[in-house]
Every structure is written in C-alpha cells, then in structure tokens.
Write a protein that binds this ligand. Structure first.
Ligand code: KDG
Ligand code: MG
Length: 408
C-alpha cells in the first residue's frame, strides 16, 4: 500500500495540459489534472520540485491526510498553483482508490443521485445570424442548455466569441493563443450593456421560452453595472449570469443581489472554500463555478459543495477546454453523487485531445454521464502525448478604448 512513482506529464494536442500520474507498488495507476491555462509550467515545477518527492513511499489510501499534509504542510496556503498541484494529487489518489475498489468513482462518493449531469455548451456569433447558427448546431447535438456570447458593435474580438460556425461545424474557441506575447483585446462596458439585452430578446424570439440560456460577463462590470444588466435580462429568464463582477470583492455582490433576481454564478478563478465565505453565508450567489482542478481536488470541492448545500446553492463546475479530460471526468463523478448538483459546463475537447486522453464519459440527450469503468474512466496515451510538445500560450489582455488595462 505505497506510492512507487509520480510523474508530471505535459502535452499539447492543440492546447497545453499538465497531468500527474501516480503509480502504486501494486501497479495501480491514477491520473490527476494540474492545468492552469497560460501558467502551465508553474504547476509543473511546483509538482516536480516540491510535491513528487513527498509522495513516494506514502500510503495511497490516506487521501484526506495527504490533502492536509500538502495544504497545511506547505505553510503557504491557497493560490491557483498550489491548489491545482494539490488537486492533481487528490484526483489521482481518488482514481487509484476507485480502481482498487473496482468501482466508478461516483460510487465511492455516495453513488448516483441522478441519471446524468445536465450540461451546457457554448454558442457564440459575431452577429445574431451567426449566433443563431451556433445555437442551432448545439441544439442539433442534443444540448438543452446553451451559453450565449456575442460580438458587440464597435469592438473587435472579445471574450467568448469564436470564429463564426457554419451549420454542423464543431464549436472551437481557445482564448489562449500560441504567441510570444498576449493578444490584446478592446473593451467598452457601456457598448456591451447597450447591446446585450437586445441579443437575448432576439434569441428568445427565435428559440422560444424552453431553451436554457446562460451568459458569462467575464468579470468586466462594476457591481452597479452588473445590477443594471441583471435587471435588464430578467425578462429573458437566464439560468445564470456568470462573473458579472470580479469576485474578489465579495461584498460587491450585495449590491447586485439586492437589485436583481437574475441568478448569479461565480468562482472559476477562486481556489478555496474561504473565497466563498461571504458569498455563500449571505446567499449572494446561486451557483459555485469552481473546477475540481483549481480548488484542491475532489476532497476540497465536496466540502465546498456541502457548505453551499446548507444555503440552497448548487454546483456549476467550470468545464472549458482548459480543464483536461481528467479534471472533467473527476468533476462529473462528483456531480453525479452530490445532492446539490446544478449544471455542468461542457466545452468539447478537440479530437486530438481526446486521442491522448481516452475518456469513458458520454453525452446523451443533454446529459453527461461519467461512465462505469473503474476509477475516473480516463486513460492516457503516453506515446501519442509525447508527439505534442508544450507550446507557450497566453490568455489575452483587455484594454479599455483609452488604453487602460481592464479585467479580461
Ligand atoms: O482560461 C480561462 C478560461 O477558463 C475562461 O475564460 C473560461 O470563463 C470561462 C468559462 O466560463 O468557461
Ligand atoms: Mg466563465
């Protein structure tokens, strides 16, 4: 019952991923995800230099003890790099435990609380016509819930808007560009606020009241602006408005909450339960956006969701393509088991990525299911992975029209 080996694997099948592979003396292999988009080599170094030496010879079964050892033992707590490194260890150990039990991981977390996890896809368009095509593509694929992002007249490339899709094409949006310097985008919040309600009005007019719609504000508004947007979107019955304002200012959400009944989701850049303390205890949000990868793994995210459950707050785990298939599988198992599951973000990985990471999760009639293979249900094709060299990539930087750096 000891860990024999732990390796940090980096691959780039279209985009970068950092994977931790732990092997026990008995030859059981567990995988964990430590990908932090645009800062990948920081988690590689943290794991290789500071964590892997601590794992060798330890009992793979003592997951809680290992979590506390890595969190409290480092003295320097929290932060995306530390918490992604801890997450990778935690996910890999849960994978191993479930494989030894010969059960899919969700069975160890309490069993299935539902037949599948309601998933939302990303649709976007530079104008309404191309947005409608993208929404139709997602509906045709079976999505019952769709995030809607749109271009804003007068602005160029902005967050969440992919190259316009043609009918039947795969939606493909990778904001981290493989460039020596970050791309720079322009932003004008007033133009955005003027435009967005008309887009949701047009989408409801075209697609009717049933389709579940979501929107991501991507941290760009002040609490007052966010309150105004939330109010103006109320007639269009959003499932949520995400990251309407930067979440570090937890008190700022009081202003938003008091002004609008549009449901709010926050937390993809958080990495600890403590980042949510005010938001949860004062019921200032409706959905927790953390990813298992960036929040210290299954052990930590399950505690966070139990805390949220007391306040009727549900999950909406972050699932863009920068969460690897390993991280996505881990949060699907958790989402199957917890009572307060809400929705799962599902941005499909590229075919190249899914050849490196063989997954057992399925998507049918709008629902994701983690599959019933023992463990997470993900295999890593090392030979193929080695053929995709790490390539530096940066997320964009956002500037207001006068050149001031703004939240991206
Ligand atoms: O790496 C940044 C992305 O994960 C983020 O921009 C995606 O906001 C995002 C979302 O809601 O998926
Ligand atoms: Mg987001």
């Amino acid at each position: 019952m000891t860990i024999r080996n732990a390796e940090v694997l980096v691959t780039s099948p279209g985009r970068n991923f950092v994977t931790l592979r732990i092997t026990t003396e008995d030859g059981v292999v567990g995988l964990g995800d430590a990908t932090v988009n645009g800062r990948e080599l920081a988690t590689v170094a943290y794991l290789r230099e500071h964590v892997v030496p601590l794992l060798i010879g330890k009992d793979e079964h003592n997951i809680e003890d290992m979590w506390q050892f890595l969190y409290r033992g480092a003295y320097w707590r929290r932060g995306p790099i530390t918490m992604a490194a801890i997450a990778a260890v935690d996910i890999a150990l849960w994978d191993i435990k479930a494989k030894i039990a010969n059960l899919p991981l969700y069975q160890l977390l309490g069993g299935a609380s539902r037949i599948g996890a309601l998933a939302y896809g990303h649709a976007s368009g530079s104008d309404n016509e191309s947005l409608f095509t993208s929404i139709r593509n997602h509906v045709d694929e079976g999505f019952k819930a769709i995030r809607v992002q749109t271009g804003v007249p007068g602005l160029g490339q902005i967050y969440g808007v992919a190259t316009d899709q043609r009918p039947g094409e795969r939606y493909d949006y990778e904001p981290a560009k493989r460039l020596p310097l970050p791309a720079e985008e322009n932003w004008d919040t007033r133009a955005y606020l003027r435009h967005i309600p008309s887009v949701f009005a047009a989408v409801r007019e075209e697609f009717g009241p049933e389709l579940i719609l979501l929107h991501d504000g991507h941290h760009r508004m002040t609490p007052n602006q966010a309150a105004s947007l939330g109010k103006s979107l109320e007639p269009y019955d959003l499932f949520w408005l995400e990251d309407c304002t930067p979440g570090e200012n937890q008190e700022g959400l009081r202003r938003v909450r008091s002004q609008t009944t549009t449901p709010l989701a926050i937390g993809e850049v958080f990495n600890s339960i403590h980042d949510y303390q005010t938001l949860i205890t004062e019921q200032l949000i409706d959905y927790v956006r953390s990813a298992v990868t960036h929040t210290g793994g299954i052990t930590a995210l399950r505690k966070l969701m139990d805390f949220a459950a007391i306040y009727q707050i549900k999950s909406g785990f972050h699932g863009p393509t920068d969460i690897s298939p390993v991280g996505q599988a881990a949060q699907l198992h958790l989402g199957m088991a917890i009572h307060n599951f809400g929705i799962q973000e599902y941005m499909k990985h590229s075919p190249e990525t899914l050849e490196v990471f063989k997954t057992s999760y399925t998507f049918t009639d709008g629902l994701l299911h983690p599959g019933n293979n023992p463990g997470l249900g993900v295999d890593y094709n090392e030979e193929l992975a080695k053929s995709y060299d790490y390539t530096p990539a940066y997320l964009p930087v956002n500037r207001l029209l006068d050149g001031t750096v703004h939240d991206w």
